[in-house]
Design a protein around this ligand. Structure first.
Ligand SMILES: [Zn+2]
Length: 465
């Protein structure tokens, strides 16, 4: 098999140049379907978008196209599996979009795409219909010019990403056998500030719990009982204060045990990102930033785990005064997790530690509300390197590496259910107004992104399996 990895693809470029106008019309057609997954009245539109996508995958020359039932909005699957000696990738994206309100803040109609300068404006133009349309066009271009893909590809496009991907995990579990692959490419992220090509290396997971502290059946008179009974609100405050030290370290024994050490190369890449701490602080309107000793702000918000109280309540919260000892007090507590922390393990550690430090005289319980896994694919992973080469070859500059403090739960689904490394390769501009009025896609990013996605497949030919 010829190694095409360093060869620019003139035939593909020529093909993409001559089909550009038709491609834009197809892109607009896709965007006209109001596939808002969260609104039940749009269920038929979601189904229409799934069918439209299935037809586009078929027209591109892909096989085994399946608009698969999930119990909710369909998953659209297609594949091309005729490269027996080459690796297999799963490409993930979503065809559903966010609701469009507040409508009065849009300068155009959300589902009537229009081109303004280099921008295509419409709900979904960036998140995420534009990215999956680019993927379908990359496949169409490769199959039209070469008659083959350089590697095996399976496409998994879901319709519920903006509604917590309710049915995706079950669908992945049920289809585990037909989803065998070597790597997953998730195209639902974007470029860094200044429209600089970027690869997102990691996302944090989460563990969410509630602490309940209960004393008596009803509130007590603080004059009559103050000084002799434990106050649940005081006890809760004592517990929360015990969870973290003044150095920002979380005191739960074992909390950091599974945190993967970050290679120097990755820390250096993070430090090299353009980031103005003064401007960041000014934007927040705060006197100073705080955090774990020994780590920078960018590290604290992306590569280190956290513990935060998300809500706290109990006792008298009305106007004026009421002299009681509250019967109970509560807090919602969550931890952002990093690789390789497990939400269940962290919850058990929290529960055990709260049990240890809870003061006497009250009943303290900790219950699990929910969790999600962190995900991490290192910079030196061969698939990350391939994505970096594809971006540099097509956009003319090497990517920066970013780490998200939040979560994209589907990343964890591909890594935990299918056991795949995940590469986040997305092409949207950073200020694309995703989820907001006037969402737009940079048509230069879209056109070049098609070449990036095609190039990515060439670069993955030699992926160790
Ligand atoms: Zn998205």
């Amino acid at each position: 098999m010829p190694n095409t990895t360093a060869t620019p693809d003139a035939a593909l470029d020529a093909h993409l140049d001559t089909t550009k106008d038709a491609r834009l019309e197809s892109y607009k057609d896709f965007l006209r379907i109001p596939s808002i997954s969260a609104i039940p009245a749009h269920a038929d539109d979601c189904r229409a978008a799934a069918r439209w996508l299935g037809d586009a995958l078929t027209a591109a020359g892909l096989e085994n196209v399946d608009v698969a039932e999930t119990g909710g909005h369909p998953v659209v699957y297609a594949d091309w599996l005729h490269a027996p000696d080459a690796p297999t990738v799963i490409v993930y994206g979503h065809y559903d979009v966010q609701p469009v309100d507040p409508l009065e803040l849009w300068t155009s109609t959300p589902f009537e795409p229009i081109v303004v300068g280099d921008r295509l404006l419409a709900r979904g133009a960036a998140d995420d219909k534009g990215q999956i349309h680019a993927h379908v066009m990359a496949a169409a271009g490769l199959l039209a010019t070469r008659g083959a893909m350089p590697i095996n590809v399976r496409y998994v496009f879901e319709g519920e990403e903006e509604s917590s991907s309710v049915h995706l995990d079950a669908w992945l579990e049920a289809n585990r056998d037909r989803l065998s692959a070597d790597v997953a490419i998730i195209s639902d992220s974007g470029f860094f500030e200044g429209n600089i090509p970027a690869i997102t290396l990691s996302l944090r997971g989460i563990m969410y719990a509630q602490i309940d502290v209960v004393g008596t059946d009803v509130d007590l008179h603080s004059g009559g009982y103050g000084g002799v009974v434990q106050n649940p609100a005081n006890a809760l405050a004592q517990i929360i204060a015990g969870l973290k030290g003044p150095d920002g370290r979380i005191r739960i024994p074992g909390f950091y045990d599974d945190v993967a050490a970050l290679p120097d190369e990755d820390r250096a890449a993070l430090a090299a990102l353009p980031f103005d701490e003064g401007e960041y602080l000014a934007r927040l309107g705060l006197p100073t930033l705080v955090g774990e000793t020994g780590y920078t702000t960018l590290e604290r918000r992306a590569i280190r785990p956290t513990l935060d109280v998300n809500g706290i309540w109990g006792g008298f919260m009305g106007e004026g005064s009421k002299t009681i000892i509250p019967a109970h007090a509560h807090a919602k507590v969550s931890c952002r997790l990093v690789a390789n922390q497990e939400p269940d393990t962290i919850f058990e550690a929290l529960r055990a530690y709260v049990g240890e430090i809870a003061p006497p005289g009250v009943t303290t319980t900790v219950r699990y509300i929910g969790g999600g896994h962190p995900s991490l694919t290192p910079m030196d992973h061969p698939a990350t390197r391939a994505a970096a080469r594809a971006l540099e070859a097509t956009f003319g500059q090497p990517p920066v590496y970013i780490r998200e403090g939040g979560s994209i739960p589907v990343c964890a689904s591909f890594s935990t259910i299918l056991g795949l490394p995940v590469v986040l390769l997305g092409i949207t501009p950073p200020d694309d107004n995703a989820h907001a009025p006037n969402e737009w896609m940079d048509l230069g990013n879209y056109e070049t992104g098609i070449r990036t996605f095609a190039r990515m497949f060439d670069e993955l030919v030699d992926l160790p399996r």
